[in-house]
Design a protein around this ligand. Structure first.
Ligand code: FES
Ligand code: FES
Length: 155
């Protein structure tokens, strides 16, 4: 079936079977590789993206459910100043190792800082609670998000 939506600010139409997940539609039909396939059960957050601005696990959304909606992936945010600060803070705080969780973590972190530029450590933990990192532990990721908030505040 045909699905019409907006992807990273551009109108898109894709023809897929109705049981196709949003993750598969983006990866297989649109070459959006920042959306990772981890658990595929809504548990790990590797597939996180923004639907109408809210972070969601795309592996548990079917393609037809995004009809008329706005989808934003890391590809659509890479030149945003806030995302550049976040990325740099992740790198400098040692919050990336294998990087598999990183796109989803960055999306959740971005959504937090977009709405709250002075988060507490507990607010950061809440924002990334749906994202699992197998490598760094969460301390460095939380520190990176708090560091990014400080960078944004002085700009
Ligand atoms: S792959 Fe979607 S939550 Fe794990
Ligand atoms: S950096 Fe490897 S899973 Fe997070």
């Amino acid at each position: 079936m045909e699905v019409n939506f907006t992807l990273n600010g551009e109108k898109a139409t894709v023809d897929v079977p109705p049981y196709t997940t949003l993750t598969d539609m983006l990866r297989d039909e649109m070459n959006i590789q920042s959306v990772k396939k981890g658990c595929e059960h809504g548990e790990c957050g590797a597939c996180t993206l923004l639907v109408n601005g809210l972070p969601v696990a795309s592996c548990i959304i079917l393609a037809p459910q995004v009809e008329g909606k706005h989808i934003t992936t890391l590809e659509g945010l890479e030149h945003k100043a806030m995302m550049i600060d976040l990325r740099q803070a992740y790198i400098e705080n040692g919050a990336i190792q294998c990087g598999f969780c990183t796109p989803g973590m960055l999306i959740s972190s971005y959504a937090l800082l977009r709405d709250n530029q002075n988060p507490s450590p507990d607010e950061v933990k809440l924002a990334i609670e749906g994202n699992i990192c197998r490598c760094t532990g969460f301390t460095k990721i939380i520190e990176a998000v708090l560091d990014a908030a400080e960078r944004i505040a002085v700009e």
